[in-house]
Ligand binder design. Sequence first.
Ligand code: NAD
Ligand code: DAU
Length: 357
Amino acid sequence: MNILVTGGAGFIGSAVVRHIIQNTTHHVLNLDKLTYAGNLESLVSVANNERYQFSQTDICDRVALDQIFQEFQPDLVMHLAAESHVDRSITGSQDFIETNIIGTYQLLEATRFYWNALEESKKATFRFHHISTDEVYGDLEGTEDLFTETTPYAPSSPYSASKASSDHLVRAWHRTYGLPVVLTNCSNNYGPFHFPEKLIPLIILNALAGKALPVYGNGEQIRDWLYVEDHARALYKVVTEAKIGETYNIGGHNEQKNIDVVKSICTLLEELAPNKPAGVEHYQDLITYVKDRPGHDLRYAIDASKIEKDLGWVPLESFETGLRKTVQWYLENTQWIENVQSGDYKNWLTQQYQAEQ
Ligand code: NAD
Ligand code: DAU
C-alpha cells in the first residue's frame, strides 16, 4: 500500500514511519512542513530506503496537497501533523488554530476530492486516520474515573481545543460526506527522539547539564504514560484493521504524578550517569517548583479496553522498562541532542540535498 503520513518528522510521526518501513512492505510518503518540531535526523535509519519519500509541505496548502494526492495515490492517510505543545499554545495560539483546525480542514477536503474520484474497490478500502489526544476530554478529578471513547469533550487549553475542533471536523466529514475515517485519542507519549520541550526529555537533559528541574505547581498532576513505539504499533493496527467510523482510546495503564516521574528520572540517572555536573551532589537536589501552567489539567487516565478487546493491542513496555530505555537513549544519542539544542538539525535537509546532488 501507499501510506501518506503527515507530521512524519515529529516525535510520534517519525516512530510511525520507522515502524512501517521497518516492519512492512508498504511505501510511505512523509508530508511535513518542518516546523521547529520537525526533525529529519529522527528518520536517518529509513531515509535511504526506496519505499520512503519526503515532501516538505504545509497541510494548509491545498494546491500542494492536491498535487501530492494525484502523484502518490495513497491507499491510507495517517494524519499526525499538528502543533503539539500545550505551553506554546498558551503563549501563542495562532499556529495551533491554523495547523490543527484549518490544516486538518484542508487535508480533509483534499482527501475527499481524491477519494471521490477513486474506483469503487479502492474507494472501499481507503482510510483517513486522524491521530488525536486524550486532552480533548479535559481532565479527571478523582482517582477512579477513566476516559472512555464516549467521555464528553471538555478541552482546557488552546492546544486541546484546537485538537477537539479537528476531531469534530473529521467526524463531520464522515457523517456528511461518507469519508471513511478512523480516529484515535492517545495519552502522553515518551521515548527516543522526543523534542526536549516536553517534560521527560527536558528533565533528562536539564539534569545532565546541572540545570534546575522545573516542576509546575505542586507536581501532583497525573499523566498516563505510553512508550512511543507501543503507540506506533497501535496506530498501524487501527489504520489497517479498524472498522470505518470507529474511535479508539490508546493508553499504557501507567498513571504517574509529575513529581514521581521527575524523581524516577533522577534515580535512573544516579545509576546510569553517576558522573554528575560540578556542584551537583544528587540529581534530585535540582528539583525546583515553578509557577503552575494556566488551566493546568489535573489528571489524565485512559481506559484502553476497547482497542485491547477489538484489535488485540496491548502495550509491550511498562513505565519502568520504557523510562530506562529512554534515559539510556538520551545518554547514547548525544549528536541528535546537540543538533537539536544548537538548532543544527534544521540544516539537515539542505545538507542531505547537497549530498545527493
Ligand atoms: P510533534 O510536535 O513532535 O510533531 C509534529 C509534526 O508536525 C512536526 O514534524 C511538524 O513539523 C509537523 N507540522 C506542524 N505543523 C505542520 C503543518 N502545518 N503542515 C505539515 N506539517 C506540520 O508532535 P507529536 O508529539 O509527534 O504529536 C503528533 C500527533 O499526535 C499530534 O497530532 C498530537 O496532537 C498527537 N498526540 C501527541 C501525543 C504526545 O504525547 N506527544 C499524545 C497523543 C496525541
Ligand atoms: O496527553 C497527551 C498530550 O501529552 C499530547 O496531546 C500533547 O501533545 C503532549 O505534549 C502531552 O501534553 P502534556 O502537557 O501533558 O505534556 P508535557 O510534557 O508538556 O507536560 C507533562 C506534565 O508535566 C504536565 O502536567 C505539565 C508538567 N510539566 C511540563 C513541563 C514541560 C512540568 O511540571 N514542568 C515542565 O517543565
